[in-house]
Design a protein around this ligand. Structure first.
Ligand code: F6R
Length: 616
């Protein structure tokens, strides 16, 4: 979603802002802009002595073309916008200026009471230049300013209802930026004689690794050499400096054409990292350091509820099957967006997980807070270190996938599975699983990265299949049991990157309605590994064949029976039955990727989508 970058220091700000915005492109955006303490360079229509603002709809390269290469100014702010209020226009792009052109702001989030604030400002004669909710902020800031920018920002945000990450600058204090957050991330980067403020560490990773994550209700003021953090009562807050361990190359394509491709190929290593140090062969169990629960508390867990959205929800669904089988406690996955508004019953012995790659998804975050408010204990399963869900949860596990840049989530899915499986192993060994069963599970998990490598070494059949079928407009993905959620995930991947309509279903359910849609032009992809439901899935394949629907199977190497029924087969290696979700997800991801290429889609930035969905 929207991205923010700010810079104060000795260097020219514009190239740093543009570079930061480029790094934030992956989040999804439709327009972009920068503001500099450089009068006279504005495209925003203000006077020649206002702050310089250059903004435009379209890509960062379009913005770059408008920025004079030698433009001065060593303090500035930049923004990528993903429209929520108002269309995609130059005027609605950020930064926004007040009427004098002295104040500029960028804003992520949604101001819920902007109509009232706008009406109030209009009544006072303020002129608006955009349709955005954000513009009210800059007018309020200008009116609140009485010689102290932090005080003005604090007074401004106290009037706002909704979510925000805001960075502001004032022409009268050209070497200073101020920022505030509520529900939309902001991170301060501390460099050598320079400071950064961003919505996402990827924007500043090339410049510094020393960061401070702001919390909701905190305000920051920075100059090139100093920063200060305070709360909304203007009381100073001392914050810990964190160190980012991600390498710069982890946010670059390193020879791959797209981030999606790169991240699919990173899965073996990502899963190894998610498992590293967490499998204990001696006791045949799992170790998860950050759960903040002792053995007795874990034993008392009578129900497990997984909260998530999108791909993370599908990973959670897979995990429920593994948890019920291995731990023998009821486990359910809930769409965080639905649970939040359902007034959920939070049982005493329930343990909740909030699973989120970004750790910033609003639906998941608010569902987590709702459960916590009712006394529930929520553990996070996150990728982004220091993200809001990771910090606000009552404990949890990092999946250590490294940055996931592609909007379509791939490696986070399989790494989340790995983390959930370690938890299932740990809980299972405390209850019903024998040492021997635990050991077999460890071996099965450790084999997964190698098995995925084997799949990734022979992708030509998947590519050829995509060539043959990418022109179809409708697909079904069908699986059973633990692979049913993988069918949902496969359908989601195909639709989001290739814009092909795809539905995921339980293979058993198609006879309850969807069979009506089967035609010669509607292929069905069946997930049919060697497990207890294989025969049932083969029966469903035959039902589709009988209606002349093309049948594509993802099956286990050497499965001749499946090959006889299906029109096309892709093979995965033989594995422990619980490991097939990992192995079936990978060819499904590649199939979606190759179909998108065949159809000429912009794989890393699918239309209308954003990487981290921080609004409801
Ligand atoms: C799909 C995708 C989304 C996310 C969803 C949740 O490829 O990326 O469906 O999975 O928005 O995001 P996180 O995991 O960051 O909470």
């Amino acid at each position: 979603m929207c991205g923010i970058i700010g810079y104060c220091g000795p260097r020219r700000a514009a190239p740093i802002l543009l570079e930061g915005l480029k790094r934030l492109e992956y989040r999804g955006y439709d327009s972009a802009g920068i503001a500099l303490a450089t009068p006279g360079c504005t495209t925003a229509g203000e006077g020649a002595d206002s702050l310089g603002v250059i903004k435009a709809r379209g890509k960062i390269k379009d913005l770059k073309a408008l920025v004079p290469p030698d433009i001065a100014g060593t303090t500035g702010i930049g923004h990528t916008r993903w429209a929520t209020h108002g269309e995609v226009t130059d005027a609605n792009a950020h930064p926004h200026l007040d009427g004098t052109g002295d104040f500029a702001i960028v804003h992520n989030g949604v101001i819920e009471n902007f109509h009232q604030l706008r009406d109030h400002l209009l009544a006072q004669g303020v002129e608006f230049h955009s349709e955005t909710d954000s513009e009210v902020i800059v007018h309020l800031l200008a009116r609140a300013y009485q010689g102290d920018l932090v005080a003005a920002l604090t007074a401004t945000v106290s009037l706002l209802k909704g979510t925000y990450g805001i960075v502001a600058m004032y022409r009268g204090e050209p070497g200073r930026l101020v920022g505030a957050r509520n529900g939309s991330p902001l991170v301060l980067g501390i460099g050598q004689g320079e400071m950064f403020l961003a919505s996402d560490t990827t924007a500043i990773l090339g410049y510094t690794r020393q960061v401070i994550y702001l919390e909701d209700g905190e305000v920051v003021s920075l100059t090139a050499d100093e920063y200060a953090t305070s709360d909304l009562m203007n009381r100073e807050i001392r914050k810990e400096v964190d160190h980012i361990s991600w390498e710069l190359e982890s946010i670059e394509k390193t020879g791959f054409t797209h981030f999606m491709e790169k991240e699919i190929y990173e899965q073996p290593e990502a899963i190894r990292r998610a498992l590293r140090g967490r499998l204990d062969r001696e006791y045949a169990t799992g170790h998860l350091g950050g759960l903040n629960l002792n053995s007795r508390e874990l034993l008392e867990v009578g129900r497990i509820v997984l909260l998530a959205a999108g791909t993370s929800y599908h990973a959670g669904m897979v995990a429920t099957y593994a948890l019920e089988e291995l731990v023998r406690v009821p486990a359910v996955a809930e769409l965080a967006s639905e649970l939040r508004y359902r007034n959920p019953l939070v049982e005493r012995d329930a343990l909740y997980f909030a699973a989120s790659q970004s750790g910033e998804t609003a639906d998941t975050l608010y569902a987590m807070r709702e459960v916590q408010r009712k006394g529930g204990r929520v553990l996070g399963i996150c990728n982004v270190v220091g993200s809001t869900i990771a910090r606000e949860s009552d404990g949890g596990v990092y999946i250590h996938s490294g940055p996931e840049i592609s909007v379509a989530s791939t490696k986070a899915f399989t790494s989340q599975l790995a983390a959930f499986y370690v938890f299932a192993l740990l809980m299972g060994r405390m209850r019903h699983l024998s040492h021997d069963q635990g050991l077999r599970l460890i071996e099965a998990l450790e084999a997964v990265p190698g098995q995925i490598e084997a799949i990734l070494a022979h992708t030509e059949p998947i590519r050829a299949l995509a060539r043959r079928y990418a022109s179809c407009e409708h697909f079904f993905f069908l699986g059973r049991g633990i692979n049913y959620p993988v069918a949902l995930e496969a359908a989601l991947k195909l639709k989001e990157v290739s814009y092909i309509h795809a539905e995921g279903y339980s293979a058993a359910e198609i006879k309850h309605g969807p069979l009506a849609l089967i035609t010669e032009e509607t292929p069905s992809v069946f997930l049919v590994p060697r497990d207890g439901l294989r025969e049932k899935v083969i029966t469903s394949m035959k039902e589709v064949k009988a209606r002349r629907g093309p049948v594509i199977a993802l099956a286990v190497e050497g499965d001749q029976e499946v090959a006889r029924v299906a029109d096309e087969v892709l093979y995965v290696p033989e594995a422990h039955h619980l490991m097939y979700p990992f192995l079936l997800a990978v060819p499904a991801q590649l199939f979606a990727y190759y179909c998108a290429l065949e159809r000429g889609c912009n794989v890393d930035q699918p239309r209308n989508l954003a990487k981290s969905v921080t609004v409801e």
